[in-house]
Design a protein around this ligand. Structure first.
Ligand code: FMN
Length: 405
């Protein structure tokens, strides 16, 4: 399988020194402010339903390459997000000296605990927990900042938000991107419907009181994405498939839909495919105009059930993806399990945990969509520098603004 020249990898353990990320194939010339990285890491930690530690702790990070004077250089962008409690954990997590003071043997249903223990043959489930933990998503949030800043240079905006918690569903989702963003940023639940927030909070509080956890649904929308990202020429280039994989790779995400998704099963073709009509009058554009896809578009759809992707290629409409996040599996009221040291019935291990992480997961979904779109954008428009990408992008839009090809 061909690997995109733009990719990222992560390493590190939840309670080790820190989590690191290397983003490769980054063009030179993307502005990255320290404040923006800080905000991204903070957003991943917040949201109603998380424990007090998450709200108080600040993420510390060190950039070890790829950025100079607030602008990417084109070298691999590498960052370590430190574990601020690393001193406290240093003996247990020592890379050289074994520490037998703790042995976790009661796997939590819903976590990687049992599968990871069997697969790798560890002595303690600690070794599974450390890497399967969603702490790794801090590294993804860092990688996504580069992608977000890059996409913004071309007017592409991506927003992830919560659409339900348990049985409480958001109803009022604004169509304007500005209003949607304003509401999502202002909400403790990253939800654009303020009328439903108190009900959602009550749902989370009730789960907490019962020693339980709760999940929900998420939507991500990407605006101003030009047509032509992704491809149908090979299965692994399809943009919908790549988005689904990226979002499904987030711990706890159990389903992904593009556009109308599962609704396609019950309706007839005539009711759901997005008809096309001219968006006139056709304008003429000066050569020097700064082009954004939405400004040159000369057709429109009567609906967007395809969620902006047909045949694995972006079709110029808003990209829309939904995902479902399961209730997190570490429960205060532990579930039944087997003790791996005795083979006897037992109650599952409890490790500090939250009650609901759907808001944080919505932000991580937004991050993964940004990463996939940036990679697909760079595949189409190439270039080692933002200047080269911009030139290729403008040449492409100049071609698209002609009605007859
Ligand atoms: C941002 C975020 C935070 C999470 N926090 C917790 C947590 O505090 N406790 C927990 O049990 N699971 C948490 N999870 C979910 C687990 O990491 C996940 O369910 C587990 O690794 C098993 O993976 P799977 O659900 O994809 O099978 C979190 C997930 C995300 C995306």
């Amino acid at each position: 399988m061909e690997i995109s020249p733009f990719f990222f990898v992560t390493a590190g353990e939840s309670h080790g020194q820190g989590i690191c990320v290397i983003v490769s194939g980054v063009p030179s010339g993307i502005p990255v402010a320290e404040e923006y990285l800080r905000k991204a890491l903070t957003r991943r930690r917040l949201g109603y339903g998380r424990g007090p530690r998450m709200r108080l702790e600040a993420d510390e990070f060190t950039i070890t390459g790829g950025l100079r004077g607030g602008v990417t250089t084109g070298n691999p962008f590498s960052v370590i997000v430190w574990n601020t409690e690393r001193e406290k954990w240093s003996k247990l997590m020592s890379p050289f000296v074994p520490d037998e003071s703790e042995r976790i043997t009661r796997p939590r249903p819903g976590h990687a605990d049992l599968a990871g223990f069997l697969k790798f043959g560890y002595r303690s489930i600690r070794d599974v927990i450390e890497r399967a933990s969603a702490r790794e998503t801090a590294a993804r949030a860092v990688a996504a900042v580069i992608c977000s800043n890059f996409l913004q240079l071309f007017g592409v905006k991506v927003i992830g938000f919560v659409t339900s918690i348990g049985n409480v569903k958001a109803d009022d989702i604004p169509t304007s991107v500005e209003e949607l963003e304003k509401r999502v940023v202002a909400s403790e639940l990253f939800c654009p419907d303020p009328a439903i927030e108190e009900d959602m909070k009550r749902e989370i509080d009730a789960a907490a009181e019962a020693g339980d956890t709760i999940g929900g649904t998420i939507k991500v929308k990407a605006y101003n994405v030009p047509p032509g990202l992704g491809s149908y020429d090979q299965w692994f280039k399809r943009l919908d498939a790549r988005l689904a994989m990226a979002v499904m790779s987030i711990p706890g995400i159990k389903g992904v839909e593009i556009g109308a998704g599962f609704q396609y099963a019950t309706v007839r073709g005539s009711q759901i495919h997005d008809e096309i009509q001219p968006r006139g009058p056709i304008r003429s554009y000066g050569e020097e105009e700064t082009l954004l896809w939405n400004d040159v578009k000369w057709f429109e759809r009567l609906s967007n059930n395809a969620g902006g992707i047909e045949g694995g290629v972006s079709n110029g409409e808003i990209i829309e993806l939904s995902a479902v996040m399961k209730p997190i599996p570490t429960l205060k009221k532990s579930l039944r399990t087997v003790d791996l040291s005795t083979g006897e019935a037992a109650l599952a291990h409890y490790e500090r945990s939250d009650v609901c992480v759907v808001p944080a997961a919505a932000y991580v979904c937004e991050c993964m969509v940004k990463i996939v779109l940036a990679a697909a954008f760079l595949e189409k428009f190439g270039g080692d520098s933002v200047r080269d990408v911009r030139a290729a992008y403008h040449a492409y839009l100049s071609r698209l603004k002609e009605v007859r090809f």
